[in-house]
Design a protein around this ligand. Sequence first.
Ligand code: GUN
Ligand code: ZN
Length: 437
Amino acid sequence: MSGTSPRAFRGEILSVGGDPREDTGAVRYEADGLLVVEDGVVVARGPHADLAERWGAVPTYAVPGLIVPGFIDAHVHYPQMDRIASHGEQLLDWLERHIFPAEQAFASRAHADAVAAAFLDELLRHGTTSALVFATVHEQSVDALFAAALDRRMRIASGKVMMDRGPADLCDTVATSRAESEALIHRWRGRGRLSYAITPRFALTSSDAQMQAAGDLLAAYPDALLHTHLAENRHECDAVTARFPASRDYLDVYDGFGLVGARSVFAHGIHLSARACARLAEAGAGIAVCPSSNLFLGSGFFDFGQAQAHGVRLGLGTDIGAGTSFSLMHTGGLAYQAALAREERLDPFYALYLATAGSAHLLHIADRVGALAVGQEADFVVLDDRATPLLARRTAQASLAERLFAMQILGDDRIVAETYVLGHPAWRRAGGCSPPA
Ligand code: GUN
Ligand code: ZN
């Protein structure tokens, strides 16, 4: 998008660039703001009154809602979108009965292409512009996702799932998992806004040798993330303890293979010891909190107080298809409810932080996205707090915090009026105003 002339977006603007529980200046809000974008990057942002003189001549679009940064899904499985709402099981049985059979279909590139396109469009409809995504064990499942993300200019990290102890028809080997991961890294490196995540599925589906291979890859490719699951469900934790009796806890299993570092993103972390939290914080590793999934699979409630006490980095994930909503606003509302179940109170601005800059920090992209700061890429969403009759009633005469919370509790894709990628409209709700091309 080089050489485009600047354009401006005028309206209400909100971002939470840091943890508002620790930094009172983290919430940035302009009731009548101006966001100026050039070549896909934010070049100015502030109160309209302050910027009008400098940018008054730039074509300006009056935005019909609240501008927030594009959402960042820190943990989601694209091959599972068509198995969402599969009834009746907790994690291990749900994987066997519903998920592994669905993932086998991704041996077909045509199937992977079709699902990847539908998945990314669904992200955009929900205001999600960046994500850390599980593919399947098949190398071509990653090719399909990266190709579709490149077309849409989205910021996507993904990787081939490593699982040499998976079912017979959804399984690789130490050698093929290493070779295919490296081939993907070399094939996609430096293209668009894509990045690679080394992705051992979880401790139960990899041999010791494969987890060591993942650790070796992480050491060899310092730009890559490490993406896996950790301490999600009681039955899973019991099975991990049975297989690794000498490890101090679940995280210690990963630590033994060099998988715990600053670029490690662990989904869930529902059942974590104080030792594991301290170790995560020490390593600079983070947790993608996935409350809709944890509720759906009966896994439990994330302990935000414990994580904060240890200084563990957090982001927010939908974990589709154990998760039940693509909406990170709604997922923020479920995080509030999960916290309350442990008698903790989650502030709506903190929930927005988790869904934007918090996830960005986890994915090591906070210099690029998440806060709509000058110099960042112009990925943003226009939210409509009157999207339904009930929301309109609840948000009338409400404070900003109340409006945000109402959208988190009552919202879904209907609150997303428009989604912009690099300053260009990527999705617009039917009946909306006409944004600039
Ligand atoms: N643990 C290992 N694989 C999975 C998965 O696909 N979904 C969830 N929620 N947990 C997992
Ligand atoms: Zn998951």
